[in-house]
Design a protein around this ligand. Structure first.
Ligand code: ATP
Ligand code: LTN
Length: 334
């Protein structure tokens, strides 16, 4: 009985490269924790990844790697559905309906569109702009109530809510309005090289991010080089001290220590020791995940089996919804 009352969660991540510490802290870490209390669907958004040019063989490899990383980070396929977006055609089927029920202007305001078109001026394609409509379809096709994401996705969620509301008004109540599920700690981990920008796996500067697969030496080296400031005091002040505050956020996530506690711990201690402590906390937290990741990734048949089973389960849910929507909007059913 309780089973039926669990709220449904959907979230996605693009298989555009190895996950960063930002992806883990802002999204993936929370996904595993939510499984006991919610019905969870976790998706590798390979169609979204196409908004930026991908090398085919790499996209394929990254997709399997991303699946293995989700499993290594604690997502349990016997509890949650893990699947690849392109293997559930219902997303694109509903996506077109959403496209026809959304307005042109609202898309150009999206920060991610502006960021990515600035980053790839030679490829400002239609998908890059339309992308939030497909994201809305990803969520609405499952009537997902909660969407655990990092802070950078709030604008897209707002758009999904607006589209859902508009559709419900134009036809009849159909879609649930999804809420973001954004944790306070680590909702936006910043780049280690430019702490006013978010840490991103597609950054060209390798020192700006920690990858989930980085070994301890690499992690320590990257933290050692992390940009801070010149006043030498470990104090939480994201506006005035973005670099130090970002490191404190990361330390807080892995040690559970509050900001004032961290300030006391490193009172009178130089940045060098502080950075080393943060790096070590991260390395210690990632080591067991990395062990699991290597083990799971080596078993391609297992990973593919999980994804196949995930796509079947997700399709069953999503196909029903597409059928219902198609009927509502007057597409002929035979
Ligand atoms: P890309 O660099 O390819 O655009 P990305 O690293 O920004 O990718 P996404 O695949 O767009 O990552 O995001 C996956 C999830 O990780 C989303 O929920 C997003 O909000 C979250 N996320 C991404 N970067 C960060 C970050 N720096 N801090 C917190 N959460 C993040
Ligand atoms: N756009 C997200 C990935 C994503 C997603 C979703 C997140 C695709 N579809 C649906 C939440 C719900 C991103 O990672 N930038």
């Amino acid at each position: 009985m309780a089973e039926q009352k669990r709220k449904r969660i959907l979230s996605g991540i693009q298989p555009t490269g190895t996950f960063t510490l930002g992806n883990y802290i802002g999204a993936v870490r929370n996904w595993a924790k939510l499984q006991d209390d919610f019905e969870c669907l976790y998706m590798l958004a390979d169609l979204h990844a196409l908004t930026v040019r991908q090398v085919p063989a790499e996209l394929r490899r990254h997709t399997r790697e991303a699946a293995a990383m989700l499993l290594a980070a604690g997502i349990d396929p016997s509890q949650s559905l893990v699947f690849v977006q392109s293997q559930v055609p219902a997303h694109t089927q509903l996506g077109w309906v959403i496209t026809c029920n959304s307005q042109f202007g609202e898309l150009s305001r999206m920060t991610q569109f502006k960021d990515k078109s600035a980053k790839h001026p030679d490829n400002i394609n239609g998908g890059l702009r339309s992308y939030p409509r497909l994201l809305a379809a990803d969520i609405l096709v499952y009537l997902a109530e909660l969407v655990p994401v990092g802070q950078d996705q709030t604008q897209h969620l707002e758009l999904a809510r607006n589209v859902a509301q508009r559709f419900n008004n134009a036809y009849s109540p159909t879609f649930t309005l999804p809420e973001g599920y954004i944790t306070k700690e680590g909702a936006k981990i910043m780049s280690l090289a430019e702490p006013t920008r978010k840490m991103s796996k597609s950054d060209t500067n390798q020192n700006s991010y920690i990858l989930m697969t980085d070994d301890t030496d690499t992690i320590l080296r990257k933290f050692k080089r992390a940009v801070t400031d010149s006043d030498g005091v470990v104090r939480y002040d994201p506006a005035a001290k973005p670099g130090v505050s970002n490191l404190m956020c990361i330390y807080n996530v892995f040690t559970g220590k509050a900001m004032d506690e961290i300030e006391r711990e490193f009172d009178g201690v130089g940045y060098g020791d502080f950075k080393l402590a943060v790096g070590q906390a991260v390395a210690d937290a990632l080591a067991p995940i990395q062990g699991e990741y290597a083990r799971i990734l080596a078993d391609t048949a297992y990973v593919d089996g999980v994804l196949r089973q995930g796509a079947e389960g997700a399709s069953r849910l999503a196909n029903r919804m597409v059928e219902k929507v198609y009927r509502k909007i007057g597409l002929l059913q035979l």
